[in-house]
Design a protein around this ligand. Sequence first.
Ligand SMILES: C[C@@](CO)(OP(=O)(O)O)[C@H](O)COP(=O)(O)OP(=O)(O)OC[C@H]1O[C@@H](n2ccc(N)nc2=O)[C@H](O)[C@@H]1O
Ligand SMILES: Nc1ncnc2c1ncn2[C@@H]1O[C@H](COP(=O)(O)OP(=O)(O)O)[C@@H](O)[C@H]1O
Length: 328
Amino acid sequence: MGTYALSVLSVVPTPITVRVPAKVNLHLSVGDARPDGYHELVTVFQALSMTDEVTVLVAEEPGIDVHGEGADSVPTGASNLAWKAVQLLAEHSGRDPEEPGVRLSINKGIPVAGGMAGGSADAAATLLALNQLWRLELGRDELSEFGAKLGSDVPFSLQGGTALGTGRGERLVPVLARHTFHWVIALDRRGLSTPAVYTELDRLREESRPNRVGEVEPLLEALASGDPRQLALLLGNDLQAAAVSLRPGLRRTLRAGVQAGALAGIVSGSGPTCAFLCTDADAAVRVAAELSGAGVCRTVRVAHGPVPGAKLVSEEPAHRPTPPQVHA
Ligand SMILES: C[C@@](CO)(OP(=O)(O)O)[C@H](O)COP(=O)(O)OP(=O)(O)OC[C@H]1O[C@@H](n2ccc(N)nc2=O)[C@H](O)[C@@H]1O
Ligand SMILES: Nc1ncnc2c1ncn2[C@@H]1O[C@H](COP(=O)(O)OP(=O)(O)O)[C@@H](O)[C@H]1O
């Protein structure tokens, strides 16, 4: 009996944990709305050292557990983007998408609905973890194609580093960025809906002519030079005006970051998180401390980028060290 129990146990696959980064858009140029409702983008993503961890384990009772910051506002049902990733790969591999025989445990370190691609990150992590757990042997390109079906940002969450994104953001080319850049990240009290921010931009463009970010080439040169001062002058986000229009308090946050000593600040993607570029790691800690005292946001963190994309941590769920943060 003892031997039998041991042999049954030995065939249950070990849980797989994947760590996956947040992103910031250093350049986000938004074209007009396409017939499919998406906007044509030219964007430069950078993966930051703020991460989620997703553990996939074999279980008869399917489901999702969410822990960490903002866990209460993450759906645990079929609308969770990570669960959609489970269903997509289950279908692909001939499993029942309603009974895939796995549970997910998500540990959030990426702000929810913050414009830092947290849901996309979890979907990317789940694709990578299931590829391992179910021994699907899909290559990075195939995983990326599945990712693009789930959301425009998912391929970048898989790839990480710094990348130029076109199409709806899913077509990627890696960008040379040998240097590490140091950021202060200001988290807002409530999230913003991505579709609502794109719709607000369309509305603003019908009403007036909000400034558009310029060409991307100078920013690519600044990245290659590694000089944060040069990069700071070129950061730009077409969605910023729309995010600020929906959340006017962001103006004060952006001003406060620069007053605290950052080189420049931008809204991250669709917001409302703001990202401030600093000269170096020490400056980022000083800016974070000062910004947290300004009372303009919920929490302030320091981060650096670029970092790698979704990555297997180990075959055991690992304890994630708490990222440095300063409470406002
Ligand atoms: C704005 C960005 C910038 O990187 O990210 P966030 O800041 O939200 O993280 C992305 O474009 C968000 O990408 P993602 O969150 O994956 O969006 P998707 O699920 O593909 O699309 C959600 C909705 O956003 C709008 N959308 C998204 C991408 C795009 N190129 N044009 C759009 O208009 C559409 O209304 C779409 O229905
Ligand atoms: N795994 C997930 N993590 C966070 N949010 C998720 C997840 N799955 C679905 N969502 C939903 O997606 C919305 C957008 O969340 P998120 O991806 O964090 O932000 P953003 O699109 O601004 O980068 C959330 O409000 C939440 O309802």
